[in-house]
Design a protein around this ligand. Sequence first.
Ligand code: EPU
Length: 346
Amino acid sequence: MFPERNVPLQACNSFGIVAKARTLVRVREAADLQAVLADPLLGPAPKFVLGGGSNIVLTGDVKSLVLKVEVPGRRLVEETPRAWVVEAGAGENWHDFVTWTLDQGWPGLENLALIPGTVGASPVQNIGAYGVELQDRFESLDAIDLTTGQLFTLDAAQCGFGYRDSVFKHASSAPYGLGLAGRALILRVRFALPKPWKPVLGYLDLERKMHESGIDAPDARQIYDWVCAVRRAKLPDPRQIGNAGSFFKNPTVTLEQCADIIGRDPHVVHYPMPDGSVKLAAGWLIDACGWKGKTMGHAGVYEKQALVLVNRGGATGGEVVTLARAIQTSVYERFGIRLEPEPVVV
Ligand code: EPU
């Protein structure tokens, strides 16, 4: 365990915002955190867990002790008649892990290809794309308590997954349950990839690809290639244009609210949910308010997808937050909907 001082974080956040960590410790195994906790100076310090940095907006230097998760490793835990159970260290790059599972002949994560970030961050916001959410493939995870250094394991039910949500996003004081926000560091995640493999193709963009290619029974590698192509066409590559993927969650409204919004604009993109509620496309709402391609300061709204805010070069976290607030205000004024940001503002 080596504390580093004044570490630049620009390369550690996908927005590419310039900021520093006053003190940073790289966590490669549980013992690194246990050593931090045993240290008289670092032990009691407030802590901030940094994964791939693909879901944060840094608004200044981070004063808390930054724990940069770098736990390596990936392996097949077991193969049963019903699933391949595969494990990865929290520090592994998510997309590389997905690619590796396919290379090994263990399909199931192909719809989640090319999502930026690390394996350890994937359960925190229950990443999802093209009809698959992490919770559909999740088996369990190992984590460590940031106060006591104790190791523990959680199954899917204990993770409390929801749409872009889990127990790791809620404070312990939140009603209905024991939130783990700021209280745990995820070390390893296990996935159960069901056998026999079944393709998930319901999403419009994938149906379009099937139609264009004439392939009606794609294998997992084909779906992976399609997902990569769709994402590359719609979403900016954070290595070229700083961004944090979708900046807002797609809001859920009641049928009555949806009818009211349709009254204001009949073209609103909406999806009825199994529980009777309706999900609205936040990207469409933002687009309808005229934000696509706009710039404020050094932050902007991506030209091809209004749900993605981008760093036009040299943006501060404050500029990103100001832009996000302006978008929230205009969507609220026009549609009466409060958009909820996905990334964590630090
Ligand atoms: N739309 C517009 N204008 C826009 C953007 C979108 O009219 O500028 C419309 C689209 O035409 C479409 C609808 O809104 O009819 C939905 O857009 P899209 O299919 O691109 O998906 P999304 O709702 O914007 C969600 C996830 C993405 C995920 C895709 C694919 C959220 C917040 N976002 O995006 O996740 O990749 O579906 O499953 O749920 C992420 O979380 O970072 C992310 C990229």
